[in-house]
Ligand binder design. Structure first.
Ligand SMILES: [Zn+2]
Ligand SMILES: [Zn+2]
Ligand SMILES: [Zn+2]
Length: 347
């Protein structure tokens, strides 16, 4: 029987009353002492839980969520592109007037940070977050004893759902060790891409902190030029030292201010404000992710109100996601997760 809706038959002629229910995992009929909405099969270990029938999401709502995710992913890519290109355009001509060691160092650092941010973003956005794999079920002939221990039945996928897996209605699939569905990557965060998600957050924080520092330093370099340019402008000796003039004569007439700004100065202001805002927001998310990982919990686990267990805390939980290599190597781009414990369940 391939449905969680198990049957209960009461034997009215017998006393006391007993119930029979069919296990969805191995299809055996089990005798229960009383009616219960949840039971565990003594043979295969599958859990049968009677729940109210779930209604499928309407088509227009599904399309709206897909559109929302794509809009968020596009927004993230625009922010990355504008920060990298804007930062290079604003800071490099001001700070590096010739090709020297400092220019090469900062160029290489910018390339490394950009590559790692985009690499981890692409992997966590486009890799399967935690495929469950094929699991034998439905007949006692090919389900071994304890073969479905702790498995429940996913009514959406119509297949077994291992312990720790959750069904994501947006992705339309069950995800092993599902942490949450993230609209900014348009994908779930699970066993297969948790490492890339955390590295994406980490490189975003480092990159934004770097942009903020370079922006402030560039601002200190630009500021004397802005002051002297305004003085020159006031004295009607016009020159444009810092890029495209934004037609600030109009601004001056409107607001009666002698301040003259260039496009590069506006770009600099945008970079400094946006980078520190992103750094703070993503930094808080990174802290939450790492602390949950250290605690051996996913974000979904943390929503269950039974309290944290200190017994499960430790670096072993972090190694399950990042692998058993030295932590130095965790930061390097890699496609595979050589984790030993959070393996995808494949049968
Ligand atoms: Zn069973
Ligand atoms: Zn499912
Ligand atoms: Zn999802």
């Amino acid at each position: 029987m391939k449905s969680l809706q198990y049957q209960c038959k009461s034997r009215m002629e017998e006393q006391p009353k007993v119930y029979e229910a069919q296990c969805w995992g191995c299809a055996q009929w089990l005798v229960l002492p009383s009616y219960t909405p949840a039971f565990r099969c003594g043979w295969c270990g599958a859990l049968s839980i009677q729940k109210p029938p779930k209604t499928a999401r309407s088509r227009w709502k599904s399309r709206l969520i897909v559109f929302r995710d794509r809009a968020f992913v596009t927004f993230v890519l625009i922010i990355i592109a504008s920060t990298v290109c804007g930062g290079v355009w604003v800071a490099f001509p001001v700070l590096f007037t010739s090709i020297n060691f400092s220019f090469v160092f900062h160029s290489a650092l910018t390339a490394i940070l950009t590559f790692n941010t985009l690499f981890n973003f692409a992997l966590c956005a486009h890799s399967p977050p935690g495929p469950v794999g094929k699991i034998a079920w439905g007949d006692v002939g090919f389900v071994p004893r304890g073969g479905l221990e702790g498995h429940t039945f996913c009514e959406y996928c119509k297949s077994p759902k291992p312990k720790g897996a959750h069904h994501c209605r947006t992705c339309g699939t069950c995800v092993m060790d599902m942490d949450h569905h993230c609209p900014f990557i348009g994908n779930c965060v699970g066993a297969n891409n948790h490492r890339h998600f955390i590295l994406f957050l980490l490189y975003t924080v480092i990159s934004c902190f770097y942009v903020f520092g370079m922006g402030l330093y560039t601002g200190l370099k630009i500021w004397p030029s802005v002051i002297s340019f305004n003085h020159a402008r006031s004295a009607r000796r016009v020159s444009i030292p810092l890029g495209l003039d934004l037609g600030t004569d109009v601004v001056a007439r409107l607001f009666g201010s002698p301040l003259v700004v260039s496009a590069r100065a506006v770009g600099l202001l945008y970079l400094v404000v946006s980078s520190i805002a992103i750094c703070t927001g993503v930094g808080l998310l990174l802290y939450q992710q790492v602390s949950l990982l250290y605690s051996g919990e996913t974000f979904l686990d943390s929503l269950v109100p039974y309290g944290k267990s200190k017994d499960r805390e430790g670096w072993d939980n972090v190694r399950r996601v990042f692998g058993n290599r030295h932590p130095f190597w965790w930061l390097f781009p890699t496609f595979s997760v050589d984790s030993g414990i959070r393996k995808i369940h494949v049968r």
